[in-house]
Design a protein around this ligand. Structure first.
Ligand code: GLU
Length: 448
């Protein structure tokens, strides 16, 4: 049977780095197995789901270079959910409950104070016809729970190995709300059955959900008809704490626009984080597809160090060819920036947007910041400029001569030259800048 996998985001917020990792891993596995990748939008929560979030999810996946073979929205499948719900009601696997959220909260509190696990007490199962009629008269409508079998629930997880739960330790999940709307759990299982999903890959925050889902799969499609599961350990921050701030909770849009990072830096890091493969800078996703294997994933929470992302980003830029970046340079209004300029400057970039500074230093008119007492020295240095053609060694030859001819060295030598050439005290490396400026501009900037 060929592999069919789904990534199932809820469009109730932006796609953040943690979700993006799940998406990437689902995709890498699907492509590694020549399988099918389904994008399933979990939008049963109509109040919180928004079209703009759905669009942002798709944009985020596309930005990372991930495509999907098919897309389905849960909101379009309500008839099918109603059909399955009806069958499950008839089979006695769903039962009506009338507790309000407050009553449930109180039950929970009492259980906890008595040291009992806070599982639902199944009061709904023993309601008499009279009680039900009384609730109906009060105008209460029921929500519905899936009745779990009190039996062991086991599966072999591709990351966590053998996992076992006891049905009696779990609360019967609510699958249908008072207003008749089905909830995530059952919809997810119905979809996984209908779309022939062979592998369910998601975060380990879903492990106990999976235990209840296993029984739902069996209730809908028969004993043993359950997909294979892989639960990814959740990413921790560099100190091992819960990933909450900074890049972990940043949306991909912010990673792209505010941070200005390359998609392949996120892909390179997220594909390998928590695996025994080395984290390396890739400019192409193919080797990551080829090397993908769930057996390489650890159960321990991987640490996400944002500095690592920046390092990868720089390395990726250093390997990027002019043709692959040209359209983005055009978007930055750098249409005249040619291959020669790109190749000279790229080894110094950490983020693509840094190139603007280089471009401006070379092309924009600048105001000299050379102090009055350094002006003669700078003019003297101008006399010592070597003849063209210039390359990245020219600067060294030139300052060598300047040093021999004048009594200056160190900062007193370099700073006035930098100030004359760039108008700044810090910034681009002068050996690279010099040939980009060319003899005419350099001379002009030195003599004022
Ligand atoms: N919409 C769920 C979530 O984002 C999907 C989980 C799943 O993969 O089943 O957590």
């Amino acid at each position: 049977m060929s592999v069919k996998i789904r990534f199932a985001p809820s469009p109730t917020g932006m796609l953040h780095v943690g979700n993006a990792r799940t998406a990437l891993i689902c995709w890498l596995f699907a492509r590694n197995q020549n399988g099918h990748f389904l994008l399933r939008i979990d939008d049963t929560d109509r109040e919180r789901s928004k079209d703009e979030y759905e669009q942002a999810i798709m944009d985020g996946l596309t930005w990372m270079g991930l495509d999907w073979d098919d897309k389905v929205n849960q909101k379009d499948r309500t008839d099918r959910y109603a059909e399955v719900i009806e069958t499950l009601k008839q089979n006695g696997r769903l039962y009506a409950c009338y507790e309000t959220p407050e009553e449930l909260g109180l039950k929970r509190k009492t259980q906890l104070s008595r040291g009992v696990p806070p599982t639902y007490d199944r009061a709904g199962l023993s309601l008499t016809d009279e009680q039900i009629a009384k609730y109906a008269a009060e105008g209460r409508t029921p929500h519905w729970r899936f009745k779990l079998n009190h039996a062991p629930i086991k599966w072999n997880d591709m990351i966590r190995g053998d996992v076992e739960f006891k049905g009696e330790d779990l609360s019967d999940p609510v699958v249908l709300r008072e207003d008749g709307r089905p909830l995530y759990h059952l919809c997810s299982v119905i979809d996984d059955v209908d779309f022939d999903i062979t592998h369910v890959v998601r975060g380990e925050d879903h492990v106990s959900n999976t235990a209840t889902h296993v029984q739902m799969f069996e209730a809908i499609s028969g004993e043993g008809n359950v997909p294979t599961f892989a639960h990814l350990s959740l990413i921790a921050d560099a100190e091992g704490g819960k990933l909450s701030k900074r890049l972990g909770s940043l949306s991909l849009k912010e990673v792209e626009n505010t941070e200005g990072l390359e998609p392949m830096s996120v892909v390179s890091l997220m594909a390998r984080l928590g695996t025994c493969d080395p984290i390396e800078a890739y400019t192409d996703i193919t080797p990551l597809v080829e090397s993908f294997d769930f057996s390489k994933f650890s159960r321990n929470p991987p640490k996400f160090d944002t500095e690592e992302l920046y390092r990868l980003n720089a390395k990726i830029l250093h390997q990027t060819n002019y043709d692959d970046v040209k359209s983005r340079l055009n978007d930055m209004d750098l249409n005249d920036l040619d291959e020669n300029f790109w190749n000279a400057v790229k080894p110094n970039l950490e983020k693509l947007k840094d190139i603007k500074e280089w471009w401006n230093v070379v092309n924009a008119p600048l105001t000299s910041t050379v102090a009055d007492e350094d002006k003669d020295f700078v003019a003297q240095a101008a006399e010592l400029l070597p003849p063209a053609p210039w390359d990245e060694n020219t600067f060294k030859d030139w300052v060598g001569k300047v040093k021999d001819t004048t009594d200056r060295k160190g900062k007193t030598l370099f700073m006035p030259l930098r100030q004359a050439l760039t108008g700044m005290d810090h910034g681009p490396e002068l050996p690279i800048l010099l040939p980009l400026l060319g003899p005419e501009k350099v001379k002009k900037r030195l003599v004022g």
